[in-house]
Design a binder for this molecule. Structure first.
Ligand code: SF4
Ligand code: SF4
Length: 195
């Protein structure tokens, strides 16, 4: 086991969100099972994060604030704030390219689910709501996560990964973002990069 993965397993084992049942199972069947139990728990980020960031408790343990993800991001949407990576989607969006994950020397960006932790909210200045036409947010959404069946655009939470592309596309500035709980879909352990 590499030093990185050892640190990850240690952090997961001490993760305060692990249920007692999960911990008991983990003790019976090994660290990998406990890790699986931990990563399928829904969680909410404190702020927008790179899409593969682990949950906040693990992040605080695993991220050492080196800033390699910030340097690697081709979209320049990562800023290191208080020693942890935050995403700023005001002027650009995340393409989920994976460069931040590849650059990270720890396992702080090793989540198997991909979500910045944000979800769009549409204000009354939406052109579709005002005048009955416009589909630019839905057309640009790479996840097909915006439903335009009604006059007010609706976000399909299970598809949206909070990338911010719809906000960039909106000519009216009608889209803002709010935090949204993340429910991991993949019930398998995070990939541990080989060295
Ligand atoms: S996935 Fe790519 S675009 Fe998104 S934050 Fe990471 S490096 Fe930037
Ligand atoms: S609705 Fe689409 S474009 Fe907007 S944040 Fe979600 S995935 Fe990205």
């Amino acid at each position: 086991m590499t030093e990185k993965s050892e640190k990850y397993y240690q952090a997961v084992m001490e993760h305060k969100q692990i249920s007692r049942r999960g911990l008991f199972r983990g003790l019976l069947s090994g660290a990998k099972k406990t890790q699986q139990q931990a990563v399928v728990e829904p969680f909410t980020r404190l702020v927008a994060r790179p899409p593969t960031a682990v949950d906040e408790t693990l992040l605080s343990r695993l991220c050492d604030g080196c800033g390699e993800c910030e340097k690697a991001c081709p979209q320049h949407v990562i800023s290191m704030i208080n020693g942890k990576p935050e995403l700023h989607l005001d002027c650009n969006f995340c393409t989920d390219c994976g460069e931040c994950q590849r650059a990270c020397p720890t396992l702080a960006l090793s989540n198997t689910c991909h979500s910045t932790g944000m979800i769009p909210v549409f204000s009354g200045s939406c052109r579709r709501m005002l005048y009955g036409y416009c589909d630019m947010c839905a057309t640009d959404c790479p996840q097909q996560a915006i439903d335009l069946n009604e006059k007010r655009p609706a976000v399909l939470k299970d598809k949206c990964n909070g990338c911010g592309q719809c906000r960039t596309a909106c000519p009216m500035g009608a889209i803002s973002f709010t935090l949204s709980p993340i429910t991991p879909k993949v019930q398998e352990a995070p990939a541990v990069p080989t060295e």
